[in-house]
Write a protein that binds this ligand. Structure first.
Ligand SMILES: NC(=O)c1ccc[n+]([C@@H]2O[C@H](COP(=O)([O-])OP(=O)(O)OC[C@H]3O[C@@H](n4cnc5c(N)ncnc54)[C@H](OP(=O)(O)O)[C@@H]3O)[C@@H](O)[C@H]2O)c1
Length: 232
């Protein structure tokens, strides 16, 4: 699936939620492939880990329309938007769950997709066949498990929204796709628990490689797809 070195030369890629568990590896992989990367996260402090490689790093509240629009307006031209904003709540059966957790996950996992895509869609359409969107989603959407109702339902909404965008980008030959994982493991997690096998986890580097590929010309024919990067 490698897109090769320099595959993203000349591309401007925005990364939403760039300072989280996955973001820093993705930002570095995009920059290594030649992209100019714009990073956004909740606070400036979140962005310290990517400031050395990002062409632009700014705090933005991406669960609001205003926050997402201000970020898009500040960047001007953009070829790709990678959505990495995350969060998890759950554990209780649905009759016992705190509905505040559903509200929170709606904001983090769905509204952030709604607002960022609405703000960036005109830019992605203007980018023509370079226009890209990608969402990182979860295998619980296809196989929801007990205690995960709010998480699975809000990720399902985000996937449906992404596939709608795929259809809307098709006339300008842009693409929108979903990368599906079960759980993500970082090098720091492996260092902290070297005895753990992390069998069901996907390495941040593998996800970053997939996102570089999806952002490149090599993936121009891949639109509206789910890439499963997890064990069956
Ligand atoms: N981690 C997993 O095992 C896993 C499994 C399946 C799918 N995914 C998905 O993969 C993606 C990346 O995962 P991740 O673990 O890197 O996510 P994450 O660390 O939970 O979130 C990414 C970043 O988004 C930030 N964020 C939260 N609210 C925001 C807001 N209002 N505006 C802007 N940024 C905001 C987070 O800040 P805070 O940390 O301060 O909230 C964090 O820095 C997510 O979409 C996640 O749902 C993750």
């Amino acid at each position: 699936m490698s897109a090769g070195g320099g595959a993203l030369a000349g591309r401007r890629i925005a990364v939403a939620g760039a300072g989280g568990g996955l973001g820093p590896t993705v930002v570095r992989a995009l920059a290594d492939a030649g992209a100019w990367v714009a990073a956004a996260d909740r606070t400036d402090a979140h962005l310290d880990v990517v400031r050395d490689v990002a062409g632009d790093a700014r705090a933005a509240d991406l669960v609001t329309a205003e926050g997402a629009r201000a970020w898009a307006d500040a960047l001007g031209e953009v070829d790709g938007l990678l959505h990495l904003v995350g969060g998890w709540r759950g554990g209780d059966d649905l009759e016992d769950m705190d509905l505040a957790d559903l509200d929170l996950l709606e904001k983090l996992l769905f509204h952030s997709v709604v607002h960022t895509t609405r703000a960036f869609a005109p830019l992605l359409k203007a980018a023509g066949d370079r226009g890209r969107f990608a969402l990182v989603s979860s295998s619980v959407v296809a196989k929801p498990t007990a205690g995960n109702a709010a998480y699975a339902a809000t990720k399902a909404a985000a996937e449906a929204w992404t596939l709608t965008l795929a259809s809307e980008l098709a006339p300008t030959q842009g693409t929108a796709n979903v990368v599906v994982v079960t759980a993500i493991v970082t090098p720091q997690m492996r260092e902290e628990s070297p005895q753990k096998a992390y069998k069901t986890f996907t390495d941040v580097g593998e996800i970053a490689d997939a996102l570089v590929y999806l952002s490149s010309s090599a993936a121009r024919k891949m639109n509206g797809q789910r890439l499963h990067l997890h064990a069956a």
